[in-house]
Design a protein around this ligand. Structure first.
Ligand SMILES: [Ca+2]
Length: 93
């Protein structure tokens, strides 16, 4: 089992200091890079990424290290998840 730091290193794929594992641009509403919740949680799920639940491995592009699905399939509640501000900040206001 990797440590939190090891997981973060692998999950970031070389994108240290970025807001997301693919860079600083939030593309979840235009080009989803991970299975996240788009819309007003928990009432509105726009399914822009096409997945209401989990998604098959390889449904999104790999990170900079060629690893798939390193971004957890989870919902951002505004809290830090597994030690890094990963990814899922796409709630439409
Ligand atoms: Ca989704």
């Amino acid at each position: 089992m990797p440590t939190e730091a090891e997981w973060e290193f692998a999950a970031r794929g070389g994108m240290d200091g970025m807001d997301f594992t693919w860079g600083n641009e939030d593309t979840q509403l235009t080009k989803p890079m991970a299975n996240t919740w788009q819309g007003e949680f928990p009432y509105q799920n726009l399914l822009i990424d096409r997945y209401e639940g989990t998604s098959p491995v390889g449904s999104f592009e790999p990170n900079g290290y060629g690893l798939f699905d390193m971004v957890p399939q989870m919902i951002d509640t505004g809290m830090t998840h597994i030690g890094f501000r990963c990814i899922v900040r796409t709630t439409i206001k």
